[in-house]
Design a protein around this ligand. Structure first.
Ligand code: PEP
Ligand code: MN
Length: 353
């Protein structure tokens, strides 16, 4: 970190800043030029509050020279992280992973129907909420614990992995019994108690981007999980708040290459919440893969008009199958594959050398 003093900074002001840094355990090196003095602090300064330094008399500017996300960043980890859900389902490798299912688990028959259909279309992971973060307390809140059992049964029957959201830290052990990937919903991205508890869970975490979170806030939320000891973090862009009411959220696909450049963590995209409009889901899912996403999370319902939550953005199993076909073509065009078998064969070949 570099602290640039103003041209008029007095010796007392410079000494006060240096003493402040010293007291906090960040001894500074001083360089005095013809007009200005700068103080440089080398080494890890993530714990140093640059905002307070800016308020000190005589300080013109504070410049961070290293990124605050040590563990999520590429500086110490240039290769890509591949998150392993088991049974050959790898997120962040060559394979584009399709995750699909209803917004909320509603009943066994419906879940069974959707699980069978999305599996047949090439999905590897079944989604479905047990506890739903609804804006209105009068809306369907999810079936709770019974939904977890239904998810597990449907996923086992069809050879799928499970992604489901945990809202309350107390539910983590229960969710761990069922989920291969635990979802942190957008509204909980900065629920730091939840993140700290999930950091200790021995399960991969899907960290959705908050509806108004900056890239920095998102990566620092991931840093909580990594720092607490959970290396298996998948990021998920799901749309952010914007001024435009023509869609539910504004899907920020530009953040995919931006995050990929800064972080080694896999990134997937949820075009269902990202647009909120059924007809926009397939085009934006396709665009996400073209932009470098490692997978997509799609809401699929056997009868969207009757869905108890997010019917407007849910696509039918038939539409999902069509979309999966389109994704296979785009994956191939960008040097990836959305065909699990092809990826497994190639992995085997590489492993045998
Ligand atoms: C969901 O996946 O159903 C969900 C509630 O997502 P988000 O947290 O992105 O709104
Ligand atoms: Mn939903």
């Amino acid at each position: 970190m570099i602290i640039v003093m103003t041209e008029r900074a007095t010796e007392e002001q410079i000494a006060a800043v240096a003493a402040f840094l010293d007291r906090l355990g960040f001894p500074a090196q001083r360089s005095t030029g013809a007009r200005r003095t700068v103080l440089g602090v080398l080494g890890p300064t993530s714990g140093l509050d640059d905002r307070i330094l800016r308020t000190m008399a005589g300080v013109a500017e504070v410049v961070r020279i290293s990124e605050p996300w040590r563990l999520a960043g590429r500086a110490d980890h240039p290769g890509n992280t591949v998150v392993d859900l088991g049974d050959g389902v790898l997120i962040g490798g060559e394979e584009i992973v399709l995750m699909a299912g209803p917004c909320a688990v509603e009943d066994e028959g419906a879940l069974e129907q959707v699980a069978a259909a999305v599996r047949a279309a090439g999905a590897r992971v079944l989604r479905g909420g047990a506890w739903k973060p609804r804006t209105s307390p009068y809306s369907f809140q999810g079936l709770g614990e019974p939904a977890l059992r239904l998810l597990k049964r449907a996923a086992e029957r069809h050879g799928l992995k499970v992604v489901t959201e945990v809202m309350h830290p107390a539910d983590i052990p229960l969710v761990c019994e069922v989920a291969d990937l635990i979802q942190v919903g957008a509204r909980n991205m900065q629920n730091f108690s939840l993140l700290k508890d999930l950091a200790r869970a021995r399960r991969p975490v899907l960290l959705k981007r908050g509806p108004a979170a900056t890239l920095e806030e998102w990566l620092l939320a991931a840093e909580y999980l990594l720092m607490g000891g959970n290396p298996s973090v998948v990021l998920c862009e799901r749309g952010i708040r914007s001024f435009d009411g023509s869609s539910r959220n504004t899907l920020d696909l530009g953040i995919v290459p931006a995050v990929k450049q800064l972080s080694h963590l896999p990134v997937i995209v949820d075009p269902s919440h990202g647009t909120g409009v059924r007809d926009r889901v397939a085009p934006m899912a396709a665009a996400a893969i073209a932009a470098g996403a490692d997978g997509v999370l799609i809401e699929v319902h056997h009868s969207p008009a009757e869905a108890r939550s997010d019917g407007a953005q849910s696509i039918t199993p038939e539409q999902f199958a069509e979309l999966a076909g389109r994704i296979r073509l785009i994956a191939a065009a960008v040097g990836r594959t959305a065909e699990p078998e092809a990826a497994a064969v190639r992995r085997g070949r590489f492993a045998r050398g």
